[in-house]
Ligand binder design. Structure first.
Ligand code: MRU
Length: 355
C-alpha cells in the first residue's frame, strides 16, 4: 500500500527566500503549474481566486505574505514596522472571511514580529513564525491522520467532500490525512469524493491527489450522497473544516451540511477532522460565523463557457454550517473530541490549544 512521501512532493505553499511559491490549484488537474507571489496584491489575489485554498494552506500563505509585505514596504524603524504589521494583518487577513486559520496566522505573525527591535529583526521574527506555523500544521496533519486512523479502524468505504489533503494544508491533510494514514498502514480504503460546487475542488483536486498516491477513489456528483449512503456504499463520512465554534458547530465547504443530514438519516457516522488552528473559541456557536459569498460568475460560467443564463440571479455561499448535533466526533491533533463539545473543546484548549 502506498504511503505519502511528502518530502518528495512540492508543498502547496513554500518560501523561496524572497517570495512565496504555490501550486496553482486553479489549473489542476490539467496543468501542474507553480505560481510565485512577490507582493501583497499577489497574495490576496491568489487567496481570493483559490489559486491557494484550504483553511491551513491559506493560513500558511497569509503568514508568509506578512514577510512579503514587510519586504515591499521596507519600514525604516521598529515603530513603522509595527504599523506595517498591523496594516498587513488586516489586509491579508480579510482576503477570505470564513476560514479562521487565515486571520489566526497573520495575527500570530504580527504579534510575534512586533517584538522586534529593528526592521530587520521584525522581518526575521515574522519569517521564523510563519515557517513555524507551517511546520506545526504539517505535524498536526500527521497526528490527525493517526488519530483518525484509530477512530475509523476497520472501515473501508469513506465519503469525503471538497479537498482537504496535501494541497489544502502544509502536510498530508486533515480528512484526507486520515485516508493517507489508513493507506500507509496497509488498511483497505476506498474513497467516494463528491465533486464540490462551484469550483469542483473534490473533482479536480481530491481525485487528482488520491490517484497520484495510488489510493482508490471514485467521483460522484454532490447530489448522489444520499443515494450512495442508502445503497450501503458509505461506512463513514469525513470532512475538513474552516471554522469550528466552541459548541462544535462547523463551517466547511458548501454542501457539507447536506452530507451530514443525509448521514444522520442513513445512520452513517459523520466526522470532522481539523487542527486546533481551525477552532474559533471566541464564538459560542456557528451563528456568528461569517459565510463568504462569492461571485455570480462561478455559477454562471465554467472557465469561459456559460453554464447558466448570464442574467440569472445567483446565491453562491462558499460554506455552510453543520450543527454540532450532526457530528459524531471531531478529530484533532490532540485527540478525538466527542460531544458534549463545549466540554471537550474547552479541555483540548486548556491542554495546550492556540487561542
Ligand atoms: O473554498 P475552499 O476550497 O478553500 O474550501 C475548503 C474547505 O472547505 C476545506 O474543507 C477546509 O478548508 C479544510 S482544508 C484542510
Amino acid at each position: 500500500m502506498p504511503a505519502l512521501d511528502l518530502d518528495g512532493l512540492r508543498p502547496s505553499v513554500a518560501w523561496t527566500g524572497d517570495r512565496i511559491q504555490i501550486i496553482d490549484q486553479t489549473k489542476l488537474p490539467g496543468e501542474f503549474t507553480l505560481l510565485e507571489l512577490a507582493s501583497v496584491d499577489d497574495v490576496v489575489d491568489a487567496i481570493y481566486r483559490l489559486a491557494v485554498r484550504g483553511a491551513p494552506a491559506i493560513g500558511a500563505c497569509g503568514a508568509l505574505g506578512m514577510v512579503v509585505g514587510l519586504d515591499e514596504r521596507r519600514p525604516r524603524d521598529s515603530s513603522s514596522a509595527r504599523t506595517a504589521l498591523a496594516e498587513l494583518a488586516a489586509v491579508i487577513g480579510s482576503a477570505r472571511p470564513t476560514a479562521v486559520n487565515l486571520q489566526w496566522a497573520v495575527d500570530r505573525v504580527r504579534d510575534v514580529a512586533a517584538l522586534g527591535e529593528s526592521p530587520s529583526e521584525v522581518r526575521a521574527l515574522a519569517l521564523t513564525e510563519a515557517l513555524k506555523i507551517i511546520a506545526e500544521d504539517r505535524e498536526a496533519c500527521t497526528l490527525i491522520g493517526e488519530a483518525g486512523r484509530a477512530e475509523l479502524a476497520g472501515l473501508t468505504n469513506i465519503m469525503t467532500h471538497c479537498n482537504t489533503g496535501r494541497l489544502a494544508t502544509a502536510g498530508w491533510g486533515t480528512a484526507l490525512g486520515v485516508i493517507y494514514a489508513k493507506a500507509a498502514a496497509g488498511e483497505s480504503v476506498k474513497v467516494l469524493s463528491s465533486e464540490t460546487r462551484p469550483l469542483l475542488q473534490g473533482a479536480r483536486l481530491t481525485t487528482w491527489e488520491l490517484l497520484d498516491a495510488g489510493i482508490d477513489v471514485t467521483l460522484m456528483p454532490d447530489g448522489a450522497d444520499a443515494a450512495a449512503m442508502a445503497q450501503g456504499k458509505v461506512e463513514a463520512v469525513i470532512v475538513g473544516a474552516d471554522r469550528i465554534a466552541s459548541n462544535g458547530d462547523t463551517a466547511n465547504k458548501i454542501g457539507t451540511f447536506s452530507h451530514a443530514v443525509n448521514a444522520r438519516h442513513a445512520g452513517v457516522p459523520f466526522y470532522v477532522a481539523a487542527p486546533l488552528s481551525t477552532f474559533d473559541i471566541t464564538l459560542e456557536s456557528g451563528v456568528g460565523i461569517e459565510i463568504e459569498l462569492r461571485d455570480d460568475a462561478e455559477l454562471t460560467t465554467w472557465r469561459t463557457e456559460p453554464t447558466a443564463p448570464d442574467e440569472v440571479p445567483t446565491w453562491n455561499p462558499a460554506f455552510d454550517v453543520t450543527p454540532a448535533e450532526l457530528i459524531t466526533a471531531i478529530i484533532t491533533e490532540v485527540g478525538v473530541l466527542r460531544p458534549p463539545y463545549e466540554t471537550s473543546i474547552r479541555a483540548a484548549f486548556a491542554a495546550g490549544g492556540h487561542q
